[in-house]
Each structure stands twice: as C-alpha cells, then as structure tokens.
Design a protein around this ligand. Structure first.
Ligand code: 2HA
Ligand code: ZN
Length: 274
C-alpha cells in the first residue's frame, strides 16, 4: 500500500508528537520514550514492508494480553531530537510473540540498536490500559518536563497532595485529569520494579509522576496523550511561579471543584477532594 513505512499516517503522527516534545525541551539527549500500539488495519497496511527474519528476545515482563500486537517505539539511547530527520535510525516497530514474553524488531533502527530501555514499563502499562480502557488507549509517553520534575523536590510525594495542587493551578486541570495523577517514589529506571509500580498506578490513573525523573502518560491517541503531558507540565510551571511570587494566597475551593464537576459532567476523584 505504501512504498515506505514512513508514509503511513500512524508513523507521521508519532514523529510529529516526538518532535513536539523535543521542541518543548522535554527530551534532553536520549531522555524520554514513546510507544504506540498499532491498529490491525495500520499494521496490515505496512506488512509487506516489514522484516520477520529476526529472532525474538525476552521483554523482561509477561504481557499476555499483548500477544501478537505490534508497537511503534523509540530506540534505547536514541535522541528524540533526531526522530524527525532520521526516523528509521531512531524508532522501530516491534512484534510481541504469541506468549507475550518476547519481542522482535520488524522495522526500523536500521543502524542497529534496541527498543527503549523502558520497554518493560511501556508494555506493562499498555497491558494494564488495554484492559482498563477496553482497548481505547494506545499511546504511552514518557518525558522529562522541567517543572513537573522540579515540584517532586519540594512537595510531599503523595498523589492526593500533588493532584490537588495541580488541579488548583488551572481550572481546566480537573477537566483534563479528573482521576488525578499517581506518584511513584524515586526508583532505578529501566527495571521491573518501577514498571510494576507504574502499571499498578496506571490501573487508576492516566498520568504518573516519577519522583525526580519525569512523567508517564497514557492516552487514546497522540494528540490527547501529548495534551495531557502538556497540561500537567503547564500546571506544574504555574505552581513554580506561584511559589516564586510568595505562595498561594487564594485558590479554587473544593466546593468550586464540585460545581465544576457537576457543570462539566465529570467524575472527579473524591479521594483527592477534602
Ligand atoms: O530513555 O528517559 O527513563 C531514557 C529515559 C529513561
Ligand atoms: Zn526517563
């Protein structure tokens, strides 16, 4: 159907989002990673261009409900800033085998390399979200936005406290993340422990703050997932500015949040209200 995988709209959407994140300054060096669970019809549209000759290798996690799924993912050690100009060198399509334990690269990373070091976290989050959203969510995005990281040095690492403050920072925040944000204490990245902690929280939340590291977001498509990251980072930036002006003097009340929820038809996470 296409002469090159690069022509497929899902690849173009991925590249646009990765580049936007880079331009925001959320991806220093090789920071961050992005994965997309490819739709059946999308993978069919490029199947003739894929290479199925490589061996399967262990994921480092078991994701049974993702068996035989395909993902577009960034490469380990690759720079987001290069994805737009050298797409095939920096991202790849991986296929999960029929046990959900192994993957192989079927396209991309043409100069060599492996998928993101956070592949276990990405696939475990996809696995949880596939179940939790009935297959609606397809994008998992990890970035290193400055202000969201900064607040984890001064606020208690508590999902309720951080969510409530971010909700207060901009009226649209509770509309965009009504369930709130989960917080994971500092852990070594890339491993199974952080992947398990994140995927546990992903059962409830669409966004997770990794203390002193970054943010993981889940969403239906590229725009919504990017928009969630952008909103969280903007709210965190407002908080940093408010603190630098002497701190909160007045704010939105919990009754205000409840009114907003009523008018907007939202179900706000009551655990995070007082
Ligand atoms: O890709 O962001 O968490 C580098 C990272 C690891
Ligand atoms: Zn990271």
């Amino acid at each position: 159907m296409y002469n090159s995988v690069l022509e497929a709209p899902f690849v173009k959407g991925y590249v646009k989002m990765a580049n936007e994140g880079y331009e925001r300054g959320w991806h220093e060096r090789n920071g961050g990673n992005l994965s997309y669970r490819i739709k059946k019809e999308e993978i069919e549209s490029v199947k003739a261009l894929l290479d199925f000759s490589k061996e399967f290798t262990p994921i480092g996690a078991t994701v049974e409900n993702l068996k035989n799924e395909y993902f577009l993912v960034s490469g380990s050690g690759k720079f987001f800033g290069n994805i737009k100009s050298a797409t095939e060198e920096n991202i790849c399509i991986v296929e999960v085998d029929d046990t959900g334990k192994n993957y192989r690269i079927v396209w991309g990373l043409v100069a060599g390399g492996r998928p993101t070091s956070e592949l276990p976290a990405h696939l475990m989050n996809h696995s949880v979200k596939l179940t939790a959203t009935n297959g609606e969510h397809r994008v998992i995005y990890h970035a290193h936005p400055v202000n969201a990281i900064a607040i984890t040095f001064v606020l208690p690492l508590d999902s309720k406290i951080i969510t409530h403050l971010l909700w207060e920072m901009m009226t649209e925040c509770p509309v965009i993340f009504p369930q709130g944000i989960g917080v994971v204490e500092w852990m070594v990245p890339g491993g199974e422990k952080i992947a398990i902690a994140s995927s546990e929280l992903m059962k409830k939340f669409d966004a997770i703050l990794w203390a002193h590291h970054g943010v993981f977001c889940s969403g239906i498509d590229f725009d919504l997932t990017f928009g969630l990251m952008d909103t969280i980072e903007k709210a965190a930036e407002i908080y940093v500015k408010v603190q630098s002006m002497g701190g909160i003097k007045q704010s939105i009340t919990d009754d205000g949040f409840r009114e907003l929820a009523k008018d907007f038809g939202l179900t706000l996470n009551e655990d995070f209200l007082n």
